[in-house]
Design a binder for this molecule. Sequence first.
Ligand code: ATP
Ligand code: MG
Length: 307
Amino acid sequence: MIEFDAVGFGALNIDRLFNVNEIAKEDEESHIHNLKTYCGGSAANTIIGLARLRLQTGFIGKVGSDEEGKLLLNDFKREKVDTKEVAIAKDGRSGSVIGFVDGQGRRALYVDPGVNDSITLQRTTLEYCENTRLLHLSSFVGDQSFQSQKKLIKKIPKHVKVSFDPGMLYARRGLSALRPFIRRSFAVLPNKAELKLLTGEEYEIGADKLISEGVKIVGVKMGKRGCYVTNGKIKHKVVPFKVKVIDTTGAGDAWNAGFIYGLLTNRTLINCGRLGNLIASRCISRRGARTGLPQISDLQQQGELLE
Ligand SMILES: Nc1ncnc2c1ncn2[C@@H]1O[C@H](COP(=O)(O)OP(=O)(O)OP(=O)(O)O)[C@@H](O)[C@H]1O
Ligand SMILES: [Mg+2]
């Protein structure tokens, strides 16, 4: 019996965002107006998006035995994401991000990967992955967890589809380092800049290049221009939903949730792209990466897309 529709494997972070009057440079001083704390991590945001759409979900990751770790685990539990494969490290800190945002929305971010970068593959991890229809991967800063992901995808059975959002961190490693991921991926979901970095080509040719490496579907996120989706034969540019943009944090992760939801419910490729744009548009209408992610019941007016 397959237990999960989708399992995520990626970093888990507590994001602390300070609103400041100015981002201080060396030897300068600035002041803080406000502090907001969010649970984050790319694959984690995507999995929570899928859980709100009532799919059965789980997560592979690692937190520390600290308050931040508790927050991250409780957030998953509240969203009904299974946490059996989230390891709790005895030593080390949970991953965190400290960010400074000024009045114009400019940001300076400092990432502390903490225990995210020391994930090792357990026997139970492989068993966990045999019980999902789809495994969604996002990036880590360090090498050990990258290697663990690589080992895992070599071992998981054929019936498990893999979706992969390389982000800037992995795109920078280049195509040959990522080939084991690309070859095993059913869907690769970069943004335009990451695809360019990865393939050296603009998005249409870049996507074809990934298809020629064995990927079945490429979904390219293009910010306010929406997205481009292709399986090598069908190619669609999909226009975005018009919304008032409040905060684009996590837009790409939300897009992944909509797109993967489409894949798992057997929609046409263009409708998968529309669903990605739809969930992303809800995300960017609210502050924070997860706040705007809709429940199924919030999407009733999108009837034809969800039939
Ligand atoms: N201004 C906008 N108006 C409408 N939709 C938008 C806008 N900006 C982003 N989106 C939606 O969000 C999706 C993802 O955004 P984007 O292309 O910036 O992803 P990303 O760079 O991976 O984001 P992230 O920084 O979260 O990783 C787009 O494909 C689009 O559907
Ligand atoms: Mg992204």
